[in-house]
Design a protein around this ligand. Structure first.
Ligand code: WTA
Length: 680
């Protein structure tokens, strides 16, 4: 553990030396219309008013039955919120809006090919399509409340329709990011115990119609080998009535979802009255071991938290057009493309493609055409757009009142371009720090109340009380000027409930480190370990510095170094693998993969390629290493541990420090030379 921390902490220390920036204040126009301008909110959500303060968020929703216990801690640290309450997430995102908003667009779908134009799905149409598909899930697939179903879908409107149809029935959806491989999908099918897979035949990315159905065949075969049989595969056609994939349909297993829906014309399915603490979905994320963790999110708590934060941090009003450019396959999309905005009856934009295709103006044309006024993206996209088209935004006539950045620290210079050029100096910006596990935002400014500070996320959002501990468990006070491990002192409704099927790992990973008493049923004894390093400025704003564990943040997406290492170890020639994060101008970080081969095997370019392919096959292209370095030996401690810190320094062209205590210091020079000569 200590060695791994050194890598990140040294990077973290660099970030600590970013200068403190000046405040930027939201405009009078923004404040005049903001959902939250009441400074008392901070008191209302203070620890003294915990946990009842969260009633304010739960009251944004419609409940069939009110809860009797706001927070049940009897199974600490598996917290249960709003116990006794009955609610349906789909009802709250769709049905309840019909009396007022049935004609309003719920989803603006933007296909990647320009000639396909836009699709506008009203709340009424969403209601009809969700009901008809829920009938398919129920009658054709036999799914019922509590069953799990795996989705491996791209950014098409059928994805939120499928999620909402599941939610209507109380079926737990587990959406796997569309860019993940069939293998990665199989692992998640097996872990969640799904016997239905819902996918699509094809989707566009950078001008190419990608055959996606082939991943389903791989996933189903591999899952079967691991003991999980998938009985039915439902395939949404990108062009209904036309099959756009090469791989044949499997008789008796594969069905076109859009055909099945036809038989359900006019069907209406009563929403299930789910207990507040029933799981709504699983979202798998990377951790310190090779096996991804299924974060289990609740129905009532999650929806209350995403609705509350969407309203007050995203400042979403029903009349807003809101565009979050993330993929629904990640938590950002679940919370802040689908559930939060739809719970508030906003119009949410779903974009199939990449924002830099076919040119650097695409994103801003979409904003202009749809009159988007709230925009949400990640630093990696902002950096890419700034690089290829720094002057593009001013060519288009759109007007953002609010913008979000999420997923990685944002450099102050990039923040300023976002503010000046994309936001045209008018939009309030929130830098939201949170995680797959946390369901919604942890730190951010409240846009109508707090000034912004480039490079800082801000204080804890209402009801979130962060605390920084050092490695010895001492609290680092506000303004200490030192980085430590940022934790959250209290539970909150959006937090995941457990790791699916692995409570021990949940407790161990997130609560063991600073737990004051493992037998305690008092939430005060269970600080939540986020796994990030942070510093708290004298003004109480938190600056997030990066992970303290084996997680790499590539383009704002989480990858486990161990996951990539184990993927490369399937290549039989490989003896040892070590992954280190390398700083990257656009993506934030990218993985470098160091490989030592089994004795007697020669390093070749073909082998490098084979290892590279293995990683893409096992995980997906997103995990593709920047470079596969085949080395004659790994730098090791005398006890035989691979010194990733040294490899990380070489890859980042930093000083490797003192290596004389290594078992094989000479290897360091050899690897450095190889790195220098490669010219990258
Ligand atoms: C990082 C994404 C700095 C952090 C919502 C966290 C951030 C991990 C920020 C979670 C931010 C997220 N500033 N770093 N505003 N937001 N991170 O689970 O390291 O994909 O632990 O959730 O991203 O990534 P995840």
């Amino acid at each position: 553990m200590a060695e791994k921390e050194v890598v990140e902490t040294s990077e973290a220390q660099i970030a600590v030396h970013w200068a403190e920036e000046e405040y930027f204040h939201p405009s009078k126009e923004f404040i005049a219309q903001a959902n939250m301008t009441d400074p008392d909110v901070i008191d209302r959500f203070s620890l003294d008013n915990f946990p009842n303060c969260f009633k304010e968020y739960a009251d944004i929703l419609d409940w069939y039955e009110y809860w009797h216990t706001t927070l049940d801690t009897s199974d600490a640290p598996c917290w249960k919120w709003f116990v006794g309450g009955k609610i349906n997430a789909c009802y709250n995102c769709v049905d309840r809006h019909l009396p007022k908003y049935k004609n309003k667009t719920a989803i603006h779908f933007v296909p990647e090919p320009l000639e396909e134009g836009y699709q506008h799905i009203t709340y009424q149409e969403l209601y009809v399509r969700v009901n008809e598909f829920a009938a398919v899930l129920k009658d054709v697939c036999g799914l019922k409340a509590g069953d799990r179903v795996t989705l491996h879908m791209p950014m098409i409107p059928e994805l939120p329709i499928t999620m909402l149809a599941c939610a209507r029935l109380g079926v737990i959806h587990s959406q796997v990011f569309g860019g993940f491989s069939g293998r990665a999908c199989a692992d998640r099918i097996v872990d969640s115990g799904s016997n239905v897979l819902i996918t699509a035949d094809a989707y566009y990315r950078s001008g190419t119609l990608i055959d996606h159905k082939q991943n389903a065949d791989i996933a189903v075969d591999l899952a079967a080998k691991d003991g999980q049989k998938v009985d039915k595969v439902l395939i949404w056609q990108r062009y209904p009535g036309k099959y756009s994939a090469e791989t044949p349909m499997v008789d008796g297993r594969d069905y076109f979802a859009n055909d099945l829906v036809k038989d359900k014309y006019g069907a209406r399915v009563e929403p299930e009255r789910m207990p507040a603490e029933a799981p709504l979905f699983l979202m798998y994320t990377s951790g310190t071991t090779g096996k991804p963790k299924g974060c289990q999110h609740s129905t009532g708590g999650f929806l209350a938290y995403t609705a509350g934060t969407s309203k007050y941090v995203q400042d979403i009003h029903p009349e807003d057009v809101y565009w979050c450019m993330a993929d629904i396959g990640w938590i950002t999309g679940h919370s802040y493309i689908v559930y939060g905005p739809l719970a508030l009856a906003a119009s949410t934009v779903i974009f199939e493609g990449v924002p830099t295709y076919p040119d650097a103006g695409r994103a801003w044309r979409i904003a202009q055409d749809l009159d988007v006024n709230i925009f949400h993206t990640a630093p990696t996209a902002i950096r890419a757009l700034r690089k290829i088209g720094p002057d593009e935004p001013k060519k288009y006539n759109y007007s953002f009142k609010h913008m979000t950045t999420v997923g990685e620290p944002i450099e102050p210079a990039v923040w300023r371009w976002y503010y000046d050029e994309v936001g045209k100096g008018k939009a309030a910006i929130v830098d939201t720090w949170w995680q797959t596990e946390t369901g919604g935002f942890l730190c951010s400014t409240l846009p109508g109340l707090n000034p912004m500070k480039p490079g800082s996320a801000g204080p804890g959002v209402p009801g979130i009380h962060p605390i920084i501990y050092d490695d010895a468990g001492e609290i680092l006070p506000q303004g200490a000027g030192k980085a430590g491990n940022i934790c959250i002192q209290n539970p909150w409704p959006g937090a995941f409930q457990t790791i699916w099927g692995d409570r021990d790992r949940y407790v161990e990973t997130y609560y063991a480190r600073y737990c004051k008493d493992p037998k305690s049923k008092d939430w005060r004894d269970w600080p939540y370990l986020t796994g990030d390093a942070a510093v708290e400025a004298p003004d109480g704003y938190f600056r997030i510095l990066g992970r303290i564990d084996d997680v790499i943040n590539v383009s704002g997406h989480r990858l486990g170094t161990k996951e990539i290492e184990s993927a490369s170890l399937v290549v039989e020639e490989v003896a040892e693998a070590a992954v280190v994060p390398v700083n990257h101008e656009i993506k934030g970080k990218v993985p470098d993969l160091y490989i030592a081969l089994k004795p007697g095997i020669a390093a070749t370019e073909a082998l490098e390629q084979k290892i590279n392919d293995a990683v893409c096959e096992q995980i997906g292209k997103i995990a593709k290493p920047r470079k596969v370095w085949i080395v004659t030996d790994m730098p090791k401690t005398r006890s035989g541990k691979i010194m990733r810190r040294v490899l990380g320094a070489i890859s980042n062209k930093l000083d490797v420090g003192d290596v004389m205590t290594l078992a094989n210091p000479e290897i360091v020079e050899e690897i450095k030379k190889m790195n220098d000569e490669s010219g990258i």
